[in-house]
Write a new protein. Structure first.
Length: 204
């Protein structure tokens, strides 16, 4: 019985490729964070995620994205995954085994306040209804697909038919994300919401 119990509590990490050659998805057999946490620099990671903060201590790490049971790491272009994958995989495994915090308390509230701040003041009543529909489309039709690839998409703004979104995780800086944005997401938005003329990504 002891052996079975030990095996069931083991932390297992495996990797998955993403459409972005610079990003790799490290999947765990445990829930890490029930939400979305995107860290593009050390300063933000230091404030909100002890795990991301320590990952930035590796010279090869450019960005860290944590959601549900996986961590997507985007490396700097001058490093090779063949050399970085195993050390990073072992580090994540040992970190989770240590029981240390993944995301600090209050992060979800912080992100929510950032996203909703000034929303009702920025749009007319008519545009506000369009914005709500856009966010529903992103949530139900777009997010599930990009999350499978270790990324995320966030609504940023709507102005005169133009929807601006921000790509996160493996989608950020991915060579194929522009194609996905135009042929996939923009096409879907136009079909479901005729008032949408274009979908663009926020410049990083």
């Amino acid at each position: 019985m002891e052996t079975v119990s030990q095996k069931s509590s083991q932390i297992l990490i495996y990797t998955e490729q993403t459409p972005n050659p610079e990003s790799l998805k490290f999947v765990c057999n445990r829930m890490l964070f029930q939400g979305l946490a995107d860290f593009k620099d050390q300063e933000q990671a230091n404030e909100w995620s002890p795990l991301a903060s320590e990952l930035f201590g590796h010279e090869s790490v450019k960005a860290v994205y944590i959601s549900n049971n996986f961590v997507t790491i985007t490396k700097k272009p001058d490093y090779d995954w063949h050399e970085q994958m195993i050390p990073l995989k072992e580090f994540i495994k040992q970190y989770i085994e240590s029981g240390k915090a993944i995301i600090n308390e209050g992060y979800e509230q912080y992100i929510e306040s950032q996203q909703t701040d000034g929303l009702t003041e920025s749009y007319s009543e008519q545009d506000l209804e369009i914005v709500k529909k856009i966010k529903e489309i992103i949530e139900h039709y777009v997010k599930p697909a990009v999350e499978m690839d270790g990324g995320n998409i966030v609504f940023k703004s709507y102005n005169d038919g133009v929807v601006t979104v921000m790509m996160q995780g493996s989608c950020s800086g991915c060579p194929s994300s522009t194609v996905t944005l135009k042929s996939g997401i923009e096409g879907l938005m136009k079909r479901m919401l005729p008032s949408v003329k274009e979908v663009v990504a926020e410049a990083m």
